[in-house]
Write a protein that binds this ligand. Sequence first.
Ligand code: ADP
Ligand code: 3PG
Ligand code: MG
Length: 358
Amino acid sequence: MRNIRQIKNLKGKKVLVRVDFNVPIKNGKVLDDFRIKKTLPTIRFLQQKGAKVILISHLGKDGTESMKPVADCLKKYIKKNITLLDNIRKFSSEIKNDSNFAKELSALGDIYVNDAFSVSHRAHASIVGLPKYLPSYSGFQFEEEIKNLSLAFKKPKHPFLFILGGAKFSTKMPLIKKYLKLADFVFIGGALANNFLKVKGYEIGKSLIDNIKYDFKNDLKNKKIILPEDVVVISGKKLITKKVSEIGKNEIILDIGEKTIENLIKLIKKSKFILWNGPLGKYEDGGGEATKKILKFIFNQKNKNIVLGGGDLVSCISRSTPKAKSYKLKASIFISTGGGATLDFLVNGTLPGIKALK
Ligand code: ADP
Ligand code: 3PG
Ligand code: MG
């Protein structure tokens, strides 16, 4: 894959840059501009070399959202003249990866740059169609994602701890399978742990569970898997910490408990490489404490390689440790901009958007 550093002459060139400015917006304002900030090095580099930058992004699922809040946010950071096209998903041809549409888009520029890792799991026109018609390169953010996430499957440092939380067991199952082979410890929290606890014969009350067919029994024999020994449950209106053997029929698991947090901290201390995907509890409903504590602990580490990813986990970072994203950390901590793209890349080692640049 060629990077923008390798472009010989950018002076006067029109560069179409696919970015992922699909950011949370409320009342016309950007709530978290992490993804926008991450593309600034690419935009500034191209502008400094004399290129005319034309940004392409989607926002929301169906193309109905206005890019205005994003444009307002971008103006705070980019003072030079820049073009931001309208929400690309306004055109149904984008999702269909219509080749005529990609060709028409390509007429707007001389060069194509992908700096939108987090949407590169989608075979859409602006991701895989455009590079067929223009000389194509990766941006800095895109390259940085690949470099850091690859650490997990290309010679990771050991001990390697994989922390997996969140929900939707079916989407995370391939990750468990793969990283049971690569990691030394696989800690399972969030709603994913409920599936395991249930198979182990524990009462999990009315906790969230994914009813899928999976050979849990085999994994339960695997010594690498570490499950919560205590959890925070909602019982009536109260939050109580309980051993996993004491959960009542009407209770709901919201978070991992204190003892489990201690265990996880011990594992973090002895690991050199940590990959973490998905929150450890239902953070939207009072189950965010463990994630917050572990994040705080992780951000104070030194001499470790830490890779964090997942849309929800990253939004927990914004809520609880906003400074974490300020690029001034002592440990080598990488926060991925991706949700689905990060998962797919960690499982498959490539993405449609990466293949399209080759
Ligand atoms: P990520 O986006 O970081 O990969 P997921 O999308 O897999 O994470 O999962 C995030 C969701 O998991 C959140 O909505 C969170 O509330 C939910 N979750 C985590 N733990 C629990 C739990 N114990 N019970 C119910 N939902 C949970
Ligand atoms: C994301 O937010 O994960 C990316 O922007 C992709 O968005 P999508 O799931 O709507 O394709
Ligand atoms: Mg999510």
